[in-house]
Write a new protein. Structure first.
Length: 201
């Protein structure tokens, strides 16, 4: 007889995903076993399998739930009827805040994609590309030159993501610069170049 679903089932799954994100970020997906994860969660392997059939399923949810939050933020901002510049500024602020709050998830997303089975990897890549397309659309509005020189649009977009995506490797939320201040710096760098970084915040 199947084990009944607990009242806090979704909450427990979230706890497992968060613990897995920290463990996979520290040891790598291949370097962390189900036994390691069960220990990190303070539970048994048998109970862990009640919530997730396999380690692959957990890895997928670490990435998917993080991308879902980024996608949700992008969708909410798109409903605000902002100018392209204000839209992009708000996106940077919200993305940076999410990166700061979920550094382990971000690290796993960037480093462990090959650990997913092909079909699930395609789903994650598709979701990533949808976010890339959001930025590309804004770049086209902000810089019409990209319409004439389309080949530069994707590289410019990826340079943008390269600027913000890897902050988890060095940024400390409890350091002298807050996530909001860092987002403002990233925005100034994008719109004003190195001269814009001299502003006091």
């Amino acid at each position: 007889m199947a084990r009944p679903q607990a009242a806090n089932y979704d909450e427990r799954r979230k706890d497992i995903v968060d613990a897995a994100a920290r463990l996979f970020a520290e040891r790598g997906f291949a370097g962390a076993s189900i036994a390691d994860l069960a220990k990190a969660c303070g539970t048994s392997k048998a109970l862990l399998y009640h919530y997730y059939p396999s380690k692959d399923d957990i890895l997928y949810d670490v990435m998917r739930t993080h991308l879902d939050k980024l996608t949700e933020a992008a969708e909410k901002i798109s409903e605000l009827n902002l100018t392209a510049e204000d839209h992009l500024r708000r996106l940077i602020a919200d993305f940076m805040s999410l990166y700061a709050d979920a550094a382990a998830h971000q690290k796993v997303l960037l480093n462990e994609l090959r650990g997913l089975p092909a079909q699930r990897r395609k789903k994650i890549v598709k979701q990533q590309r949808q976010l890339v397309e959001v930025i590309e659309k804004l770049f086209l509005e902000l810089q019409p030159r990209f319409r004439r020189q389309r080949k530069f649009l994707r590289p410019a977009t990826m340079l943008f993501f390269g600027t913000i995506n890897f902050t988890h490797t060095w940024f400390h939320p409890d350091g002298p610069v807050t996530a909001d201040q860092l987002a403002a710096m990233a925005t100034d760098l994008l719109f004003e170049g190195i001269a814009g970084l001299g502003r006091a915040r």
